[in-house]
Write a protein that binds this ligand. Sequence first.
Ligand code: BF8
Length: 635
Amino acid sequence: MEGKKIKSIDLATQEMLERAQKENIKTSWDRLEAQQPQCGFGQLGICCTVCSMGPCRIDPFGEGAQAGVCGANADTIAARNLGRKVAVGASAHSDHGRDVAHTLLLLAEGKAHDYGIADSNKLKELALEFAIDTNKAEEVIVKELAQKILAEFGRQEGKLTFVKRAPKKRQDIWKKLGIVPRGIDREVVELLHTTTMGVDNDYKNIINTSLRCALSDGWGGSMIATDLQDMILGSPQPVRGKVNLGVLKEDYVNIVVHGHEPVLSEMAVKASKDPELLKAAKEKGAKGINLAGICCTANEVLMRHGIPVAGNFLQQELAIITGAVEVMMVDVQCIMPALQEIASCFHTKLVTTSPKAKFPGVSQIEFQAQNAYEIAKKIIKLGVDNFPNRNKERVNIPRQEMDLVAGFTKDIVHKILGGKYRASYQPLNDAIIQGRLRGLAGVVGCNNPKQKHDYFHTALVKELIKKDVLVLQTGCSAIACAKQGLLIPEAAKEYAGKGLQEICEAVGIPPVLHLGSCVDNSRILTAASQVIAQGGLGDDLCDIPAAGAAPEWMSEKAITIGMYFVASGVFTVFGASPFATLGSPKLTEYLCAGLEEEVGGKFAFSSDPSEMAKIMIEHIDKKRQALKLKPMMYE
Ligand code: BF8
């Protein structure tokens, strides 16, 4: 790769990119290059396609048109474009949550026999939160809960039930600003409505509606997805696993699960151990069946079963290019349309499973909760039967794989830090109060070929832990750092500051905690609320010495997550450009400064991981000072 711009810090990725180049297989990096120069108006957020009088664009230099045909200026156009992204991101997470809730209803009605209640404590907890009498038969409680949770989506008035999980002061702020989320669907629809032609032209009001919609995701759809998945599929426990393309096995049938909704992949885990299928695999000349994951589906099956992770978002194409994947089974979200073309260069069968996500020319085996296990078996069987079609000469699996520990939920953090006898957040709060720990950071989000793959995540996280910040991770960011060896307890000694090191060594945790998939960012909100409830670190989420970041983001979902973090009072830094809002300096200023006065959180943007770490640490220190906490112990 000498003399060329390195596209990834990950050696397995570098190796596969070289192979793709040799074989003239185009990946997202090549397509990005072919797109150059990308549209400047689009990058600045000042291209409007809302109605057919356009497309209109605003001249960013102030010389040409300053308004679209309808009269919308740069502020309105940029805010509307941003708001629509928030609505899409919220709808993706929340529709995922709805599907899980629907599975729960089918389960309660006896129509989804392959599922059960894996965590009955979670059922009790949720039943109490939803004011359900728990002295009834379990199936009655489950049915009532499913119905009540499904009603959260269509709720017209009042507030989402999980809003009560936030500190009182936070809820009061939302009330004052009129951004308490009501029904999930209602908030998405209202944001889409108000950003259509000729409705809301006040950029601040559009952001206000966007914040409410984002909150309906963070404290609604995503939280529902997380809690119900834990209840039905089992609450994660710390588990060791392996990560990177090296987890694919040369002598095995390799099945890769990719996407977001774990209800089917959970069944794939079970089916991959089915004696009948294992026998069939051996008959076809394989040693067994090897299941691995990509993206957030990977995080889900990793956390609950220790299933290895083949890679993050930008590695989905590369997994197929190893020539060793028999089936890639996809559900929804973050699945590149390019996969089919790449699969057609190899023997790999791409299988879609959601009626919401079809690919032209790709066969679909539709997932139904009613006969989930049979469907999963059918897909795995397809992989087994495809094994003899593998061209052994074309198999090229990079050797890289790394250990990691995942499965840290809010309850686990509680238990581990609180000790054997009394689960509590007090030791964590005390560590922050006494200056052993500086604070907390949530580092989350995607990959983006515009940025050196995995570099921004790992460089930022290394700087944070060096300064005694405990890092919580989800999504592709967690996979990036895991590949670089940051998610094992031994990483504390090598990378963490002395205070964080002491804590990690005392309780045996890594300095970077893997909390799950992107909907599991909701775990960060509930954990932070419990930190406040424990006492000593203020009375609102914005008081905690904490910050968030999405260093390599690309998805609309990342913007929605950022919005609900900010609306919850968290200072949140995004890598690269300010959501395509630079064409409106007023909007950018509002997002990066003005919002703080209203919600206590704000955005910052930076394309330099050291600078990102610096501003996050400055923010954490500012919060420490405001709380009059002790100076850092080892500085
Ligand atoms: O929901 S981090 S690339 S996989 S959007 Fe997608 Fe981004 Fe990965 Fe998970 Ni989240």
